[in-house]
Ligand binder design. Structure first.
Ligand SMILES: *[C@@H]1O[C@H](CO)[C@@H](O)[C@H](O)[C@H]1NC(C)=O
Ligand SMILES: *[C@@H]1O[C@H](CO)[C@@H](O)[C@H](O)[C@H]1NC(C)=O
Ligand SMILES: *[C@@H]1O[C@H](CO)[C@@H](O)[C@H](O)[C@H]1NC(C)=O
Length: 176
């Protein structure tokens, strides 16, 4: 794990090429089992030129949910989206019990932590909400640490409960 962490950080440093501007273009949420979980909403809203945010709400229908895994990957568009950087799976319940043990997951979690109600130990008994995560917050958080080549990116995620893929969330961004 330590080795992989160092490897990914090294890779990120090698890819240093500062982007002038990051634009989050779309968010797409899909439930694969609507009797288990479904999205009440999932969108990017532009209030004005400088204030855009992402909001989503997932209702859970079989609570308590005691076993959750999240699979995250970064994709980049060439001719269609191709896997770009990492593809990691995190046991969410173990992670929430001990965030410091997984620096990469902890870093990613920090990118939306102040705007979610999911900041607690398992089980999950209630709807999961991401409430008006400002794009600006995300931009500063990510570009400060992760310099990437210019282009179109997809931050894709699969959400597993009891080892069954229940939902996916895809966030699209353009670096120019
Ligand atoms: C954009 O909207 C936010 C929230 O309503 C407001 O605080 C901000 O001043 C607005 N910015 C501009 C440039 O109008
Ligand atoms: C969630 O539900 C479980 C089982 O019903 C219960 O033991 C637990 O205390 C609840 N947790 C919260 C945070 O409400
Ligand atoms: C990670 O890789 C697996 C195996 O190739 C793939 O099925 C999965 O969709 C990838 N995850 C994401 C979030 O793209």
């Amino acid at each position: 794990m330590k080795f992989i962490t160092n490897f990914v950080l090294m890779l990120l440093l090698t890819l240093r090429e500062i982007a002038g501007h990051v634009e989050f273009t779309n968010v797409v949420c899909n439930s694969f089992d609507k009797s288990f979980a479904d999205f009440e909403y999932c969108h990017i809203k532009a209030v004005n030129r400088s204030y855009k945010y992402v909001s989503l709400k997932v209702n859970l229908y079989k609570v308590p949910v005691t076993k959750i895994k999240v699979n995250l990957a970064l994709w980049k568009r060439y001719n269609g989206y191709k896997p770009f950087l990492y593809n990691v799976t995190v046991d969410a319940c173990k992670f929430l019990a001990n965030p410091a043990k997984n620096p990469i997951a902890n870093f990613l979690f920090g990118s939306f932590l102040p705007y979610t109600n999911a900041n607690h130990l398992c089980p999950f008994n209630e709807s999961i909400i991401l409430d008006k995560l400002p794009i600006d917050f995300l931009n500063h958080y990510l570009t400060k640490v992760l310099p990437f080549p210019l282009g179109d990116y997809g931050g894709f995620s699969n959400w597993y409960a009891y080892d069954v893929n229940r939902a996916s969330v895809k966030l699209y961004a353009t670096l120019s």
